[in-house]
Structure formats: structure tokens, C-alpha cells
Design a protein around this ligand. Structure first.
Ligand SMILES: C[S@@+](CC[C@H](N)C(=O)[O-])C[C@H]1O[C@@H](n2cnc3c(N)ncnc32)[C@H](O)[C@@H]1O
Length: 216
């Protein structure tokens, strides 16, 4: 299967490496464990794998795009990267100390199966830190302007250099009773990413949602 990121892997990498980023320092500061096995869900071309390798974690990554995985293998040299989907992770129960993800999980139309897989492969006390497109940004991008209805949003990212399509989500897909029965919510951050497209009143609404959970 050829995914949308197979077609734009090089363009995405070049744009991501050239556009100033404010999100990674926030995300990295939320990973408080100092060692162990770390998995990056939707690792892309491997920028975050390299960061965590330098921090001495044992680093794993998965991505559904073969082209992105090729780039990640080249860039990270030594991270264990594979072509898989975060809805079905190729790992045993309680393998990881940390699960990390940046701008990837919102690509699935359903978030619940991802949390189930994360809960399965994360150790007790393990950290789950991720960044997704904020549901409010999706709302602004919707043609229907119907918060409740899932719709494919076409988003300009990375300083307008790349266009991607992703399904919209509601906030309660990321925080709900089922999730909170398995995880403690440790942090909840809303920010505007200046690399995002400037939609009406840019900066007056959050474009990213960052959550940190700890598995009970
Ligand atoms: C916006 S990119 C972010 C890449 C990387 N995390 C970063 O911040 O540079 C989203 C990535 O998620 C991957 N992705 C989308 N759906 C996926 C799925 N179901 N399973 C695994 N990876 C997926 C894409 O192939 C792409 O590489």
C-alpha cells in the first residue's frame, strides 16, 4: 500500500528540517524517565528517534509509510524501525518504558484502538507522551463546521510547504472514561504552533494538543 507520506517523504523531511519548531522542546520536557525502551509511533523520517538515541534510550520506531521508514533507518542508524501501523503494534505485552508520538495519531480515524495497543505494550508506570492536531484546529478547517461529525481535513503544515489530509477528531476521543480507567492524566497542554497554517485569527485558538499519560 502506498500511503500519502510515501509520496511526500522527502518534501516533508526537507520542510521539517528547515522550519523553526517550538513543539519538540515541550514534548521532550514531558519525558521524565531517564532511561529504558522508548517507542515512537508514526516516527516519520526519524528526527525524534535521533534525539532520544542521544539521550541514551533504547529506541524503537514504527511508521506505516515504507519511504518514511527508509529515511528513519538512514537518519537514526541503530534505532529499530519497522513498517507497521499503530493500531496493531508488533511487540509483546509490557515492552516499553515510554511511548512517544508527534503529529501522527490523528491520522487514524479511530483513537480508541491506539490507546488499547499502547496500554498493552507499555509497562506499568510507563509514560505515554503525544502531540496531535488540536480538535479546535480541525473544527476551523471543516467544511461542515460540525464539531461532532468526522470529516477529512486538508491541512497546510510546516510553514505552508506541505499539505496533508487527516480525519478530524473530538477532544473526548483523547480523554474519556475508558482511557482514564487505565491511565492517569499527568499533563494537558494547548498551544499554537507557528509552523501551522494561519487560519482565521491564527494564534487565538490552539493548533496543537499535547497530553501526557502514565499507565497505572
Ligand atoms: C506528520 S508526520 C509526523 C512524523 C514524525 N512524528 C515527525 O514529527 O516528524 C505523520 C506520520 O505518521 C505516519 N502514520 C500515519 N498513519 C499511521 C498509522 N496508522 N500507523 C503508523 N504510522 C502512521 C505517517 O506515515 C507519517 O510519517
Amino acid at each position: 500500500m502506498v500511503t500519502q507520506y510515501d509520496k511526500i517523504s522527502q518534501k516533508f523531511k526537507n520542510a521539517d528540517e528547515s522550519v523553526p519548531d517550538v513543539t519538540r522542546p515541550i514534548l521532550y520536557s514531558l519525558v521524565t524517565k531517564k532511561k529504558g525502551k522508548l517507542l515512537d509511533l508514526g516516527c516519520g523520517y526519524g528526527e525524534d528517534l535521533v534525539h532520544f538515541q542521544k539521550e541514551d534510550f533504547e529506541v524503537y520506531g514504527i511508521d506505516v509509510s515504507k519511504e518514511m521508514v527508509k529515511e528513519a533507518e538512514k537518519k537514526s542508524q541503530g534505532a529499530k524501525v519497522s513498517v507497521s501501523s499503530f493500531e496493531k503494534l508488533p511487540y509483546d505485552e509490557e515492552t516499553f518504558d515510554i511511548i512517544f508520538s508527534r503529529y501522527a495519531l490523528q491520522h487514524s480515524d479511530k483513537i480508541t484502538p491506539i490507546f488499547k495497543e499502547v496500554s498493552r505494550v507499555l509497562k506499568k508506570g510507563g509514560e505515554f507522551v503525544f502531540l496531535v492536531t488540536h480538535p479546535i484546529r480541525h473544527y476551523f478547517e471543516k467544511k461542515t463546521k460540525d464539531y461532532w461529525k468526522q470529516e477529512i481535513c486538508s491541512s497546510l503544515i510546516l510553514g505552508g510547504k506541505v499539505r496533508v489530509e487527516e480525519p478530524s477528531h473530538k477532544l473526548n476521543e483523547y480523554i474519556n472514561k475508558e482511557i482514564l480507567s487505565k491511565f492517569d492524566l499527568i499533563d494537558f497542554i494547548e498551544e499554537f504552533d507557528p509552523a501551522a497554517e494561519k487560519i482565521k485569527d491564527a494564534g487565538k485558538y490552539p493548533s496543537i494538543l499535547i497530553l501526557k499519560f502514565k499507565k497505572r
